[in-house]
Structure formats: structure tokens, C-alpha cells
Design a protein around this ligand. Structure first.
Ligand SMILES: Nc1ncnc2c1ncn2[C@@H]1O[C@H](COP(=O)(O)OP(=O)(O)OP(=O)(O)O)[C@@H](O)[C@H]1O
Length: 279
């Protein structure tokens, strides 16, 4: 978490591919939730995924992170086809957060982050019971790294607080710290600002830039358009499972088909989008 990415957005957009989705299709029975979507995320890039409700964003995200095996097409991560097990995906260097907070509420902030770290430790059940020197060394290193990550996300003061007692915005940041504990090369965030107040949203934005600057690639699903257009190098808009447009925030923002797609799916989404674009 030390290197700083100072590359301009256009360099990142033409950089080396970290994640490539080729013709990814996901069907649930007769419903095609994701329809032949191509997608590419480069090293050090922040990629946004938008679309009206039911557009297939979460399903596509689940295909990208190994939670779903696409009906057809493939996902290549860091040069290799994505392994079909979420645990192997994490070990390959991909971490994610979920739309709904999934912390261990009765564990402390530090313990929550340590849980994320255990995928990189080697102590098995036997060593953990014996608690020999190797276990103690590893546990101390895990604790140290977890504290570093709490500091990194701005939660250094919450070490011993129970996760369930943290304010909402802090819980979201704690989830990010736990994801970072797995040492990812790519971080996927599913609606990271859902339910946040404007101040928490601004803090989330700063944190995501900081993570990108530390060398990670990031994919974000978000309904908050102002947030996504400020944050991302490129944005993909999905509509009814299909890729409508992919481009820079300026290109996507000015494409009339994007507003049209939102209007077609209900006045709430559309007025939200127009409000954001006018701001
Ligand atoms: N496990 C599933 N089984 C059957 N249908 C599903 C399943 N998951 C999603 N769908 C359907 O696939 C379509 C896309 O849903 P998805 O949740 O991916 O959209 P989304 O863009 O993430 O929506 P939102 O913004 O509301 O979260 C919807 O019609 C949804 O009902």
C-alpha cells in the first residue's frame, strides 16, 4: 500500500488488462440476466458498472467474482481463466464487498479484518490448537497487518469496538479493510455508498482513490451517478442484461440512450439520474 499511481486516466485506460470478461452470458431458466457482455479492467483503473434496477449488474458482478459460473463465455483474471470456486478466486487476488453489509457483528473491528487475512496464513487446525511458535508468529503478523489496514481505511481508533456498534459508514469501510486483508490485485465494490450520508460518501470516494493509488484495480457498482462519474476512469452501462455503452464518464453521461434506458425502467430511476446529471 505504498506505491502511488500518478498515471493519467487515458494511460490507465490503455494499460495492461487485469480482468477480461468475454461474451459472458448468465441465464436463470428462461431469463437471460446477462447477455453476451464484454468487459475489461486494466491495472490501476477504476471501472464503473451502472444500469437501472434489474439490468443485471449484480449477476454480472457475481460472474466476475466466481460466485456464478456463466452459462457461456469466460472470465480471465490476471492471464488465467477464473477458477470456479470463490475461495480460489480470492487466492488468485480478487476481493469483493457485498450490497448488504456482511460483517461479523459480535467480533471486534480488528478481528473482522484478521478473518480476511486468514486466507493468506498457513496454520492448520492442529497448529492452531497447539499454538506453537509458528502459530504465534503468524498470528502476531496477522494482527499487525489488520491494524495497518484499519489505519489505512481511517478506522485505526476502532480496533476493539464490536463491528455491530460502529456507525454505518464505518461498517462499510471495515468491510473494505477486510477485503483488502486478502491482498487483492482487484477490488470489486457492490454499491459501496448505499445508505451513506453525503459526508460518508465523500469519505468513501477518497478511500477508493487512495486504494487505486496504492496500485489496485477497482470495479464499482453504484446507483449514485455523481459518485460514479467523479470516481471512474471508464463506465459500462448495462440495460436488460446487455452492454448499452462503455466509455469515459463524459461519453456515458452525454449519451441520450443512457437517460432513455433509465426512463424506460421507471420514473424513480430516471429522475434520480437526471438530477445527478444536472448537478
Ligand atoms: N438467482 C436468480 N434467479 C433468478 N433470477 C435472478 C436471480 N438473480 C437475479 N435474477 C434476475 O436477473 C435480473 C437481473 O438482476 P440483478 O440483480 O443482476 O440486477 P441489478 O442490475 O443488480 O439490479 P439492482 O440494481 O436492482 O440491484 C432480474 O430480472 C432478476 O430478477
Amino acid at each position: 500500500m505504498t506505491a502511488v499511481d500518478t498515471a493519467p486516466a487515458q494511460d490507465r485506460a490503455s494499460g495492461e488488462a487485469m480482468l477480461v470478461a468475454e461474451d459472458v452470458t448468465m441465464r436463470f431458466g428462461g431469463l437471460t440476466a446477462v447477455d453476451s457482455v464484454n468487459f475489461r479492467v486494466n491495472r490501476g483503473e477504476i471501472m464503473g458498472l451502472i444500469g437501472p434496477n434489474g439490468a443485471g449488474k449484480t449477476t454480472f458482478f457475481n460472474c466476475l467474482t466466481g460466485l456464478y459460473l456463466p452459462t457461456s463465455g469466460r472470465v480471465v483474471f490476471d492471464g488465467a481463466v477464473l477458477p470456479p470456486k470463490p475461495r480460489k478466486v480470492v487466492l488468485a487476488g480478487m476481493a469483493r464487498t457485498f450490497q448488504n453489509i456482511r460483517l461479523f457483528g459480535n467480533m471486534t473491528a480488528l478481528e473482522n479484518v484478521m478473518v480476511g487475512r486468514y486466507c493468506r496464513t498457513t496454520a492448520g487446525p492442529f497448529t492452531s490448537i497447539i499454538r506453537g511458535p509458528k502459530y504465534r508468529r503468524e498470528e502476531a503478523a496477522t494482527r499487525h497487518r489488520a491494524q495497518e489496514l484499519l489505519d489505512f481505511v481511517g478506522l485505526g481508533h476502532t480496533t476493539d469496538s464490536l463491528a455491530r456498534n460502529l456507525p454505518y459508514g464505518d461498517q462499510r469501510r471495515l468491510e473494505i479493510a477486510r477485503a483488502l486483508a486478502t491482498d487483492p490485485k482487484l477490488l470489486l465494490l457492490d454499491e459501496p455508498t448505499a445508505g451513506m450520508n453525503p459526508q460518508e460518501t465523500r469519505q468513501a470516494e477518497e478511500l477508493i482513490f487512495k486504494i487505486r493509488d496504492s496500485g489496485l484495480a477497482i470495479v464499482v457498482i453504484e446507483h449514485d451517478m455523481r459518485f460514479i462519474f467523479t470516481l471512474c476512469d471508464r463506465v459500462l452501462c448495462l440495460v436488460q442484461g446487455k452492454a448499452l455503452i462503455e466509455g469515459t464518464p463524459a461519453q456515458v453521461q452525454s449519451d441520450p440512450r443512457v437517460i432513455e434506458a433509465y426512463i424506460g425502467t421507471g420514473p424513480e430511476d430516471a429522475s434520480e439520474l437526471e438530477k445527478e446529471l444536472d448537478a
